[in-house]
Design a protein around this ligand. Structure first.
Ligand code: LRH
Ligand code: MN
Length: 430
């Protein structure tokens, strides 16, 4: 039943789809050539595109109400990396894995590094966790962590982040992401200026020990778990902090961390202009921090964000090197399938943004021709680049149809056998 997700198994499946792909690819190539666009150059760009996968994304997510585990849930970091290998085998753009500590704390870092390398994987940004209390933890983060009123709690939180840096250095990571849920639920609960000062004092202690060549990412979020005042609630506060910390500190934009209808592509343009755009946690949402699949709710917004990123990339703006990561919670789909589709949707927005006729757009902008300026963007957004994405996967040894091949392989059924369902039902994201 099924087949191994190796080159042979994937090639056999691709063989059944290749002729149609080549027809569609040639047709699109002809249409793009009319716009003086070389499809081969775009396919090269798609093959070079990379987006990191969150280790916490391959397990089934949940809400505060419930979590409904999938068959074959990964039970430890090694099984999570096996699932990440399956994703990489099929879409080829996701060799980077973002770890979360302590959820993924290995007893033997060297063993974990070797395990990842064997699977063509490497470790991307580290993530600390001072938004949950761990068993045996001395001081609680109930009322905050890096901004807590008690210096001992702040020290404990700083120590945890320093442990993440030390571990990440052993695993070959090159950046560290700090998101804290610190904040208040009621007016008056927090002194808002003092809380930010305490946070910055703690972050300076972390920044001081950043390994050479590393970047530190500050992730803002409007609300949740705090429901009145969040210490790092918006890009402005994040930008102020990374400016204060130093040249290796940058702002990370999680798409779900903004109020509805906020113009996120404009925040991206600002952070690019200020030289402080560190990277992204891509996902999508309709209401709050829903952590839904990237491009599933607002694909035009994702395109507009990449329109800003590609404009900067083409201009080779100094220091412009944002880190692309997914950060999603898969409550009702197979996490492997959702992550593959999401990696593809992010790459789609990237390739479409390369279709924008920037000379013509610039002209319309200078002429204040609002309609033709928007049409110039829409022309790129309405171009179906699926043949480019599929050809890029195929040429990189991946699957023309990742989900089709994943299902045909019987991978999920196989891991359901080898990974008996764990007792833990419960709620929450992991
Ligand atoms: C907070 C967040 C953060 C992670 C967590 C898993 O909402 O986006 O990036 O640490 O999700
Ligand atoms: Mn995030």
């Amino acid at each position: 039943m099924g087949f191994k997700l190796d080159k042979e198994g994937i090639a056999a499946e691709n063989a059944r789809r290749l002729q149609w792909l080549e027809e569609d690819y040639e047709h699109l190539g002809g249409r793009l050539a009319r716009r003086a666009i070389d499809i081969e150059a775009l396919t090269e760009r798609a093959m070079g595109f990379r987006v990191a996968v969150p280790s916490w994304g391959v397990g089934t997510g949940g809400t505060r109400f419930a979590r409904f585990p999938n068959p074959g849930e990964p039970r430890n970091i090694f099984e999570k990396l096996d699932d990440c290998q399956a994703i990489l085998a099929l879409v080829r753009s996701t060799p980077g894995i973002s770890l979360h500590i302590p959820w993924d704390r290995p007893s033997n870092p060297a063993e974990l590094l070797a395990f990842a390398k064997e699977r063509g994987l490497h470790f991307d940004s580290m993530n600390s966790n001072t938004f949950q209390d761990q068993t045996g933890q001395k001081l609680s983060y109930k009322f905050g962590s890096l901004s807590h009123t008690d210096a001992a709690v702040r020290r404990q939180a700083v120590e945890h982040n320093l442990e993440c840096l030390e571990l990440g250095a052993k695993l070959g990571a090159r950046s560290h992401t700090v998101w804290v849920g610190d904040g208040g639920n009621f007016p008056g609960q927090l002194h808002m200026r003092k809380a930010l000062e305490r946070y910055l004092e703690s972050m300076r202690a972390i920044y001081k020990d950043l390994p050479p060549g590393w970047k530190l990412f500050v992730e803002h979020k409007l609300y949740e778990p705090a429901f009145y005042s969040t210490v790092i609630s918006d890009w402005g506060t994040s930008y102020y902090c990374v400016r204060e910390l130093g040249e290796r500190a940058f702002s990370l934009v999680d798409l779900g961390h903004h109020a509805p209808n906020v113009n996120i592509e404009m925040i991206v343009a600002r952070l690019i202009q200020f030289g402080k755009l560190g990277g992204f946690h891509f996902n999508d949402s309709k209401y709050g921090d829903d952590d839904l699949d990237s491009g599933s709710i607002k694909p035009f917004q994702l395109f507009l964000i990449f329109n800003e990123l590609v404009d900067a990339e083409l201009l080779r703006l100094p220091g412009f090197d944002p880190a692309y990561m997914l950060d999603q919670s898969h409550n009702v789909t197979d996490p492997v399938e959702s992550l593959m589709i999401s990696a593809t949707e992010v790459c789609r927005a990237y390739v479409q943004a390369h279709l924008v006729d920037r000379a013509r757009l610039h002209e319309h902008q200078e002429q204040n021709d609002a309609l033709l300026a928007l049409q110039t963007l829409k022309e790129a957004y309405h171009t179906d680049v699926e043949p480019i994405l599929a050809m890029a996967r195929h040429r990189a040894g991946g699957a023309i149809d990742p989900v089709g091949v994943f299902r045909a392989s019987g991978y999920r059924q196989r891991v359901a056998q080898s990974r008996p369902a764990g007792a833990r039902l419960g709620a929450g994201i992991v």
